[in-house]
Design a protein around this ligand. Sequence first.
Ligand code: PLP
Length: 387
Amino acid sequence: MTTAPSFVYFDNAATTPLDPEVLEAMLPFLTQHYGNPSSLHGPGRQVRAAIENARKTVAHLIGAAPAEISFTSGGTEADNYAIFGSVRTLGLKRAITSLLEHHAVLHPLQALAKAGELELHYLRHNEQGTFDLAHLEELLAAGPRALVSLMQANNEIGNLNDIAAIGEICARHEAIFHTDTVQTMAHYRHDVQQLKPHFLVGSAHKFHGPKGVGFIYTRSGVQVGPLIHGGSQERNVRSGTENVAGIVGLAKAFEISIRDLAAHRAHVQGLKDRFIGKLREEIADVQFNGLSELADKSLYTVLSVSLPPSAISEMLLFNLDISKVAASGGSACTSGAQTGSHVLEALGADSDRPTVRFSMSKMNTEAEVDYAVAALAKLYQPVAVQG
Ligand code: PLP
């Protein structure tokens, strides 16, 4: 007989627990190595060396040159840097994105469009969230050089997009290609020599690193001005005294993720398969949003579950929390509602069906999957829908 875990955490797409190996690597930079990396004295130089080593590690892991990597405060800042840089430094006046992007991409683009600095186009997708690449060709052919910002994987529904194909289309039309890789970085291999994007991003807390640190890859030859002005750190890409322990932690977390990728991927995919199987057994009319159910078309870390209308729809996540299951979710906004998921809404999902997103990591177990499904099944009480 298995004992129920006291608390299960299935919100790893929001953030992951810090890996103890990462903490160990960071600690000396929170205690004995406190020099400012811009200082020219010994303690400063020692810390500078740690940052440059971290930069080399990150560069090596994605096939980039160290000079192409800049550290940021996370994925949001990295996305903003690519977008504002493309518009304000490279002078692009046109951008193509999708309504399925994270707000870290959508909001800066929409702010620029609202300010009249940008003409913004949204790529068509079908009801499962698959992009229409013929439409991308059409949009790119119809106007001057554009910024294309399309994510590699969707954080809510898990859909994986073919960024190699998107990159080829962009290259043919000489577009600047930014892809939000926050959910895939360190979970999949990236090789910028093959993909040839102009910008890629990463955020340490999505792969068992610390919060508040990320990076941007900027292809060599693309000169983009800073988003944050001041002390000219990070080769004038990003001013402000560096988050040294965070940067060291990011590089360590990235290294560990790539080192153990195959084993962790197999383990997490196994958990996802188990989730799907058990949910089907336990809950009638369970469905999966987007391509979430398909192993080769969605993140192995994310399962987006669409549940039938229920008396407790509104309180589902709250009740799961009381049952000691941490997950996230939402539903398509009903017209006029202020809250809800812009992604589910863009897919045209049924707003009466609540969604629970379970997102898994290497630290989860089969027992936790069983516990979460049992907790959901217990809570879940379908009601007869009238009419
Ligand atoms: N982009 C995507 C796809 C994300 O999932 C997230 C975080 O949830 C971000 C950007 C923002 O990253 P950060 O939390 O590091 O700012």
